[in-house]
Design a protein around this ligand. Structure first.
Ligand SMILES: [Zn+2]
Length: 461
């Protein structure tokens, strides 16, 4: 086993002291004791340094739980010119993300059978800077593969209801969706769904060209709202667990609220770009802003923030979905032709914090949305997503009032395209710790890949 070239031994005893430690009970001055890569106690700020322990005093920098990003397209193997395990996870840790869960599509093979999962794990092994897990995929004809994939440790199963963008990951039709979800209920597996209705999208005007308004009209809110309603109905009927990916339309929020009140087992995420960018400000031809579902209007965004504040939206995750620069078709600016996906793995924390701060939210809120929430979704809450005794010593050290201007050339993901280029954001990630080791400092990774390949915990759902 390769040992990372960093200055801490994982068995070292550490004490991290900050006037601003974000715990599940809120932010307070504290000292966090670590041994063997695990948090052993959260102590008073002035607690004495334990015998043999090394003190790291962070002053007034904020100690946050490492972020858990359950929505990352790493595309490796198969489309490694788009992204890869080394580059994606380097971007993750540079941005304070210590755990990622890889989506089952855009890699070749897609993660739709255990043999494919083995290929993915072989590609990732020894190359990841963050702890890395895998979602499986539910596609036409692989119902019999779902149980073996679950047993092999995937965290749940992604499906599409309309074309995904890549031919090797086709959508489920209503009968296929029913069959897959019925199979998942046999072992209480989790379905994670791209919720846009193909009929409504098919009936919407599909115009190519540089107009963002035309692109937005081609992916109406009603398509999301209908798909969410159908998924709620199916989850209710089958008693199944369903998670709505990358919710953009605020129109679906009342449906989700009602379903929750009723006890339907449904959760929902949204993404930094839906919370921080608006349709009104997307320049025509600026295809780096294209994603599906799309970035919508400012009043829609306000409703998403209200749902986040009220606890209806469970988590905020990146949907980091890069491609090569040429596939964004910047020279023509044609939204219809461009690859849909926004690269933001390294920027999610400052992007969300900048807007959260402006709206009067705290870093404890951000940690709930970007660490604890996704950890719970993935069944990882016993080890990840909180600064609390028994959790992995995964931390992001943030200077929250320091600003920076996004230069895509300085980001660690493979292709220097991002919708955040040129924006000034609050919150500089000074350092990232993974299981008691510094894995990034000042935006650069500090050693050999120290991440582990992780599985859905036994007994964890
Ligand atoms: Zn995605």
């Amino acid at each position: 086993m390769r040992e990372p070239l960093i200055d801490q031994d994982p068995t070292d005893r550490l004490l991290l002291r900050s006037t601003r430690v974000v715990t599940p009970d809120g932010e307070r001055p504290a000292a966090v004791a670590v041994e063997g890569g695990v948090i052993t106690a959260v102590l008073r700020h002035d607690a004495p340094v334990p015998a043999g322990a090394r003190l790291t005093d962070l002053g007034d920098d904020v100690l946050l739980p490492g972020l858990v990003d359950t929505h990352v397209h790493i595309n490796d193997p198969g489309r490694t010119e788009w992204e890869g395990f080394a580059t994606a996870t380097a971007a993750a840790v540079a941005g304070g993300v210590t755990t990622v869960v890889d989506m089952p599509l855009n890699s070749i093979p897609p993660t739709t059978a255990t043999a494919h999962l083995d290929v993915k794990r072989d590609a990732a092994r020894g190359r990841v800077h963050a702890d890395t897990g895998f979602w499986g995929g539910a596609v036409p004809g692989n119902t019999a593969d779902l149980r073996p994939l679950h047993d092999a440790g995937v965290f749940g199963f992604k499906c599409f209801l309309l074309p995904s963008g890549v031919d090797e990951f086709p959508p489920l039709d209503p009968a296929g969706l029913h069959a897959a979800l019925a199979e998942l209920t046999r072992f209480d597996g989790l379905l994670i769904a791209h919720a846009e209705d193909p009929g409504i999208i098919g009936a919407a005007p599909q115009r190519s060209g540089r107009s963002y308004a035309d692109f937005l009209a081609s992916r109406p809110r009603a398509a999301e709202d209908r798909a969410v309603a159908d998924l709620i109905a199916l989850a209710r009927r089958l008693g199944a667990r369903v998670h709505i990916l990358h919710l953009s339309s605020a129109g679906a929020l009342p449906l989700l609220a009602a379903a929750r009140r009723e006890g339907v087992r449904i959760t929902v995420e949204t993404c930094p770009h839906f919370l921080t960018l608006t349709a009104e400000e997307v320049p025509d031809g600026a295809t780096e802003f294209k994603c599906c579902p799309p970035i919508r209007e400012a009043e829609n965004q306000d409703a998403l923030w209200q749902a986040l504040a009220g606890g209806l939206i469970d988590c905020v995750v990146s949907d980091h979905s890069p491609s090569t620069v040429d596939l964004k078709h910047r020279e023509t600016g044609d939204f219809a032709a461009a690859w849909g996906g926004i690269s933001s793995l390294q920027l999610g924390l400052p992007a969300v914090w900048t807007e959260a701060r402006r709206r009067g939210h705290t870093l404890a809120d951000v940690a709930r949305w970007m660490s604890a929430g996704p950890a719970r979704l993935a069944g990882l809450a016993a080890t990840k997503g909180a600064i609390a005794e028994g959790r992995d010593a995964d931390f992001a050290v943030l200077a929250p009032e320091q600003t920076f201007t996004v230069d895509p050339a300085l980001l660690r993901h493979r292709n220097p395209v991002t919708a955040y280029a040129g924006r000034t954001l609050y919150g500089v990630v000074r350092a990232t710790w993974l299981r008691g080791r510094v894995v990034a400092r000042g935006g650069a990774v500090t050693g050999e890949p120290a991440g582990r390949l992780i599985e859905r915990p036994a007994g964890g759902r």
